[in-house]
Design a protein around this ligand. Sequence first.
Ligand code: NAD
Length: 498
Amino acid sequence: MNTIPHWIDGAEVTSETTAPVFNPATGAEQAQVVLGGSAEIDAAVRAASAAFETWQDSSLSQRVQVMFNFRQLLVEHEEELGRIISAEHGKTVDDARGEITRGREVVEYVCGLGDVLKGSFSDQVSRGIDVHNFRQPLGVVAGITPFNFPAMVPLWMHPVAIATGNTFILKPSERDPSAANFVAELYRKAGLPDGVFNVVHGGKDAVDAILAHPGIEAVSFVGSTPIARYVHEQATAHGKRVQALGGAKNHAVVLPDADLEFAANHITAGAYGSAGERCMAVSVAVAVGETADALVAILERKANEVKVGPGDQPDVEMGPLVTKAAQERVENAVGTAAAQGATVVVDGRGLKIDDPAYADGFFTGPSLLDHVTTDMDAYQEELFGPVLAVVRADSLDQAIELINANPYGNGTALFTASGEAARRFQRRIKVGMIGINVPVPVPMSYYSFGGWKDSLIGDSPIHGPEGVRFYTRPKVVTTRWPQPAQQVTAGFNFPTSS
Ligand code: NAD
């Protein structure tokens, strides 16, 4: 069976401990991934520290040229990488290609880094004195990433870190590890020197080794909220800079003046795309006013039309869940919702694919729950599966109150024909990323990505200008070049005038 190794200093490295990697569509074990700990993290830090000595002095043009090459390779290998992701994650190949595209946009952003990284200059701030500033890389930085976007989420981090002159250690999810090694190979082909991008596979042991290692300056984390909180606490306690993005419960509000067919179409795609395993998935539809029943009727029709199957087959819209445990968790949650009084309008539990090859796959169908209330588990928990809960509200203001009371604040959407309602919503909602008639409002790479409240621990969103700021630290230089004959008196006091 294939063993997926670490990638340290431009070479494959193995460890004794391994974990199985499954094909979620068949349920079969298809590979073993090595699990690293403090020894492997230490080896990666040594390689990355040595590489930093030269990489930090490479020219901006040289770093950007590597990114141009890397971008082109991502284009050329999109289909191949998409298939690797689909085989380990379960999502459709088209959806995997979509995540590569969104990640590639971050590479495109840093191809224009010269403009973003420009400092400023102030002439003659005092007589004969000028001031300018510039930013420098931190050193060795690490990224810890979730299973649901094995290409895109790491791409939110490493292109920005590397283009700004840092060296990088990626600790991907152990459930779908192969994309990280494929990306390492593309970087090598793009001309990136050994040791600048490293991959150490593993679980908690590898994460703990990153959080405690004195040679790592900063940690980027994306994953569930409890682990984001843990990473933030531990890494800051060890004196590191941290960005930690957590889980979500995203609401889409539908006002009575919205085009219901349009809204239901987009909410269905936002809820069941990638089997709901997206941090920006729509998991709650808030139906406002008298059109709620009509909206639920359309959502029911559309949920029943979703084509579920193996992610590598054409026309399939939704693949399996990532693990057997995830499948069981989601199906139990639907049962609990029914027991707590929700109406199960569409029941995805027990779905079987009509082909014996997929009899043991981790499939569950789309589920639609109506009359969900905020005290139910299906509302309070991040289910991270293809379950859409409908809650009802009397007014936009009540919907805003409901969303603001939720502990998460990653994404939200409003479907309406009213500019006034949209403006009121976007100003008052306590959520970081907002869509107006857009169900999954993932910001473009030249903005930054990040939620509010329990969806982002600390204060640093990811990629875009915030990413550049995160991976660099500023210097301010005050300069005087006295003329040879000029007498400059040195004062013992702070100057009181210029
Ligand atoms: P997860 O928190 O279980 O794992 C994330 C990373 O942390 C993985 O690399 C994993 O190996 C590591 N990890 C897991 N348990 C750990 C522990 N006890 N100690 C130390 N490290 C540990 O998340 P997941 O299941 O891989 O991904 C799904 C979650 O990620 C969801 O909650 C989703 O909302 C969230 N997510 C958030 C965003 C965002 O931008 N806010 C984006 C994608 C995913």
